[in-house]
Design a protein around this ligand. Sequence first.
Ligand code: SF4
Length: 399
Amino acid sequence: MSVSQPLIFRKGLDMKEAVAGELAAAYHSRLVDEVRAANYRHDQGRLTLHLAREFGFCYGVDRAVDYAYQAVARFPGRNVFLTGEIIHNPHVNDRLRDNGIRFLSDPEERGHQPGPDDVVILPAFGITVGEMLDYSARGCTLVDTTCGSVLNVWKNVVRYAQDGFTAIIHGKVKHEETRATASQALKYPEGRYLVVLDREEAAIVCDYIRRRGDREAFLARFGGAVSPGFDPDRDLDRVGCANQTTMLMSESLEIGEMFRAAMTERYGEAALANHFRAFDTICSATQERQDAVEALLDSEPLDLMIVVGGYNSSNTCNLARICAARVRTYHIADPACLISAERIRHRPVGAPSTAKADEVISENWLPAEGRIVVGLTAGASTPNNIVGQVIETLERFAL
Ligand code: SF4
């Protein structure tokens, strides 16, 4: 295999106009536009539907999907691969497969090693430094759709590593974005990382910072979530907080404050700057969707809430968590989950966010008589056509 220098596209492929019609046909919904225009409210039969003011495709996903279509148009006759899911939405990924894009993560492609003749699209949440080096070394043409908000996190994590701070990453250790972000910390010899999933894990680490403790027990608990050779007695001396961009903002901020308090207690306020850093790395799209759903729950008395999005979509799962704390909530992947006016298939809120989450079927989910007031939102990887189909199905059930 002769290896050429990789061609990397990061700012578009000059085919935007050529694919605009195809994208609109695939993902647009006139009904959603109408609901938006009607102050995010839709009345039909017994149904009153309130749509969150921010929902669905974010700027990063919009761009990534656009680039994938552009890649197919720009390189006719060449193999176009995705390293894995471009975003966490099964409908969007299947459409890309239908469009001729091959997924290196699919069973039939496993073991395939793309070469200089191949085009490889990198997903919105990025890939690890090692994977990037590998694809570059192979001379593949790379279409990098990594979102700017993810790149911003990477920039800060690299800076931590450069300055000898361990990156404390609030995220899911197996999530592609968190794996990619963690790998950035290893660009410098002093770089270290530790991933914490939630407040409970953060509290264990903060306790260790305050009092030290059983090193082996610590490593047994966090062994799969730390950089190679991590030593809690050495590597928790200087820490910087970061997070997967799609986590629950309130939890990320709280975790940041927990670490600030622990480091202040251990090293004193005067020395804090030498031991602790933090910056807000929740992306604005995630924040806006979380804020919008809180505003909807504050303003409208709802019978129930529907959250639409992939079961492995972190930001969708977090929207469902916010809603479930306030009102009966169903997280569904697509309109087919609305089986009938009596039965709904959904992912239990709080279940592990994996693509194949165990779904359950609930009965009598819609009020059988009288008005039905439903709130609706969708994760950042859910296209409008799916949202529109959910609304149409609800209309049918609420005649
Ligand atoms: S959720 Fe945020 S970080 Fe992720 S692709 Fe969308 S805008 Fe980018």
